[in-house]
Design a protein around this ligand. Sequence first.
Ligand code: NAG
Ligand code: NAG
Ligand code: NAG
Ligand code: NAG
Ligand code: NAG
Length: 419
Amino acid sequence: TMVPAHTACALLSLAPLLVLGVPPIWTQPEQVHLSYPGVPGSMLVTWTTFNKTESMVEYGLLGSRLFDMSTKGDVALFVDSGVEKRKMFIHRVTLTGLKPAATYVYHCGSDVGWSDMFSFTALNDSSSFSPRFAFYGDLGNENPQSLARLQKETQLGMYDVILHIGELPDNARIGDVFMTQIQSIAAYVELNFLSAIFGCTESLWYSWNLGSAHIISLSTEVYFYLEFGLELLFNQYEWLKKDLEEANKPENRAVRPWIITMGHRPMYCSDDDQDDCTKFHSYVRLGRNDTKPPAPGLEDLFYRCGVDLELWAHEHTYERLWPVYGDKVCNGSKDQPYVNPKAPVHIITGSAGCREKTDRFNPNPKEWSAFRSTDYGYTRMQLVNATHLYLEQVSDDQYGKVIDSIWVVKERHGFSAWS
Ligand SMILES: *[C@@H]1O[C@H](CO)[C@@H](O)[C@H](O)[C@H]1NC(C)=O
Ligand SMILES: *[C@@H]1O[C@H](CO)[C@@H](O)[C@H](O)[C@H]1NC(C)=O
Ligand SMILES: *[C@@H]1O[C@H](CO)[C@@H](O)[C@H](O)[C@H]1NC(C)=O
Ligand SMILES: *[C@@H]1O[C@H](CO)[C@@H](O)[C@H](O)[C@H]1NC(C)=O
Ligand SMILES: *[C@@H]1O[C@H](CO)[C@@H](O)[C@H](O)[C@H]1NC(C)=O
């Protein structure tokens, strides 16, 4: 239930008041998290309260006077979709004009309740910056096994960006217990969080640039929840096409040669459940012909637009694929499959810890399956430069051991790199 999470959060920041037996503070910020709006020098701070309050962030450069700057934002009422129809207020404040690579200390709230103090480092906006990422999918709130390790590594400054390859919470209550738990990660680095809580359709798909990459986050749910409107599926497809065309303009691809996509449900996987990715006719991969008009899948579009890397989750396992297109392996060469690969590289990283425990694998995977693990864990990535990208998988079951790693090396990017 909500109470323990609320109490735990209040205990950290308001211990003296609790000793005096004051009831829950309805104006106290919770679920503080950061996300990057995609504009260099900006950062979005989001939090919730149970009562309507002002939305303010007070901040300053680390080492200078505390809170010497402040910015106001807006507040929106959110009524959760669960049976309880609980109300809460979502606060959003966008900080702008931040110095690239500078560290800021901040708190958020209003004069009737402030959060703890947190810090973040503004992203370096140079295209030669080599950002370090952590990716995870399906970090459930009942069994967030990898969380402690990721929290500590985040506090140690190991990552510039944490990307959650989101699973929509069942309702906002699960979402907000979960958000309280991840506050310790999300309040330090920006987290992009595709969540029902912030699920306005415009943010179901978006793209942004960092270092030498153009990163696209998309919704695969539009292929399954047709009751929300088939137009969502087509709008996303048209948006993806436009966004990829823009990213492929020679002047853009020269600066940001890597194109990376992130979506929840994979096109391929070799788990033994009956999920979409286990089927040859995956909806995400090939589209649907039971809709009017038929809905296009994503594999051809991504292939034609020279997408380099596709990150997925949903399956509660880790799986790395050889470069693949059309269900066929397209290695760079037999000995060096990821050096100038002839098709996109797919990674499925859905095993951070989830109430369903991890899934099982099909004992006879297809030939595109390169490495599989059911250990809990998450993925690290460093975008080293225009030609080199490094990925590794951390096993939490094996106390942080790196159980898989690859270098993807590309001297050329784009459709012409496949031939
Ligand atoms: C805060 O919200 C609670 C629950 O909705 C309500 O009962 C209370 O009157 C509110 N307090 C203030 C000061 O608005
Ligand atoms: C951003 O990264 C580039 C490339 O690593 C580096 O040369 C530059 O100094 C960094 N900018 C700042 C403000 O640290
Ligand atoms: C329609 O899609 C299904 C799988 O979703 C596939 O089995 C079938 O062959 C397709 N039919 C046509 C005419 O493409
Ligand atoms: C792809 O490369 C891997 C690693 O060298 C190799 O084991 C596999 O057989 C290759 N697949 C094909 C179809 O060439
Ligand atoms: C890119 O990074 C790789 C791996 O660190 C390195 O070997 C290569 O020389 C770098 N390329 C350039 C142009 O700096």
